[in-house]
Design a protein around this ligand. Structure first.
Ligand code: SF4
Length: 359
């Protein structure tokens, strides 16, 4: 299954799997990750098949495209129909808003453009000075610093940011408040942790007695992470550990953190189908109001609808159900014709499961 590379060595994977089986033989545990890349690694390499039935791994709200509420897609659609160029990443085009998507807005004449980076979007604005450009800035702590850099670099006046960044630790805390979810340990996301470091996760072992391990993205990283969580549980411990030491430090990337705190403040944020999560979103500070789309244009979206009838994305995103438990999965909702956000993005759990033909 794995190529013979460090962290993809199948013999080592089988040995770790055996150790996991021994450790978990008398347990019944559920571990939660909060990262689309972790879900991809776990599904693509068939890691769940290497785990005993006593260890369940569920996917939390770790796909930045999936968690974006319909209201924020609706804002972008409204502007695209109002003669403003909306620029964003390709993954977002098919994400459903309340009534339509950015792709549909484009098909009916809206100016919607796809870029690979915010820099490319700014270049467009520099080249077309007589047009207003809005960049729909999404993502977790991993992508927020690149938005911050561009804002500090003073983009042209015809450019602004529809800021839709979200923060991961508050979403993890929310999961612990869902009474019937019963999580026994967190597989914390490696990418986000390269920026924020280990420190923000301290709360989980300290306040919630929740074993937490920051884990990398190779198959063996994930298996080691699960092994480390099991060892804590066997010893009746709840600690914060770092499996991804090769890239994640206690302090994280201080330069990126400084950039973020220069530009943003932390506010409550809405997550698709989940609702408001306290202090889970970023907003531009007042001194950057001229780059804040919501201040530049008077866009008021009311009564937005996060979930189409029958869509259970909110339950998939908190790990309460697995994709095949949604009756629309691979019936009315497919990667070719997605009904819910989790089937759109390459980081969405439904899309990952569908692409790997899991039923
Ligand atoms: S199958 Fe489609 S509608 Fe159902 S939860 Fe997944 S993305 Fe949402």
């Amino acid at each position: 299954m794995f190529k013979n590379l460090a962290f993809r060595d199948s013999n080592l994977a089988n040995r770790v799997s055996d150790r996991i089986r021994k450790l978990a033989s008398d347990l019944d545990v559920k571990f939660c990750h909060v990262c689309g890349t972790h879900e991809w690694t776990i599904t693509h390499y068939g890691l769940r098949s290497l785990l005993p039935g006593t260890v369940d791994v569920i996917a939390g709200p770790g796909c930045p495209v999936c968690v974006l509420p319909a209201a924020e897609i609706d804002e972008a659609i409204y502007l695209a129909q109002d003669d403003v160029a909306i620029v964003t990443f390709g993954d977002l085009l098919r994400v459903p808003g309340s009534k339509s998507s950015l792709q549909e807005a484009k098909a009916t004449g809206g100016d919607v453009r796809v870029v690979y980076s915010v820099r490319d979007a700014i270049k467009m604005a520099e080249e077309e000075k007589d047009r207003d450009f809005v960049f729909l800035a999404i993502g977790f702590e991993t992508t927020a610093p690149s938005t911050a850099i561009e804002i500090l670099n003073k983009p042209p006046e015809n450019f602004s940011f529809l800021v839709s960044h979200r923060l991961i630790p508050p979403a993890m805390e929310l999961l612990l408040g869902i009474g019937d979810l019963h999580i026994d340990g967190f597989i914390a996301p490696g990418h986000v942790s390269t920026i924020i470091g280990l420190k923000p996760y301290e709360i989980f072992p300290k306040a919630y007695s929740m074993p937490t391990v920051v884990v990398g993205f190779e198959p063996l990283d994930v298996l080691f992470g699960i092994f480390m969580l099991l060892k804590q549980i066997k010893k009746n411990e709840a600690k914060l550990e770092n499996e991804y030491e090769r890239l994640v430090s206690w302090e994280g990337n201080k330069k990126a953190q400084r950039l973020m705190s220069q530009v943003f403040h932390v506010v409550n944020g809405r997550w698709r189908g989940i609702g408001d999560i306290s202090l889970s979103a970023l907003e531009l500070k007042e001194k950057f109001a001229c780059y804040d789309t919501r201040k530049k244009y008077d866009v008021k979206i009311e009564g937005s609808i996060d979930l189409l009838p029958g869509c259970l994305c909110h339950l998939v995103m908190i790990g309460k159900i697995k994709p095949p438990e949604c009756s629309l999965y691979m019936n009315a909702c497919t990667p070719q014709a997605p009904k819910g956000a989790c089937m759109v993005s390459t980081e969405g759990t439904c899309r990952i499961w569908a692409k790997h033909k899991i039923s």
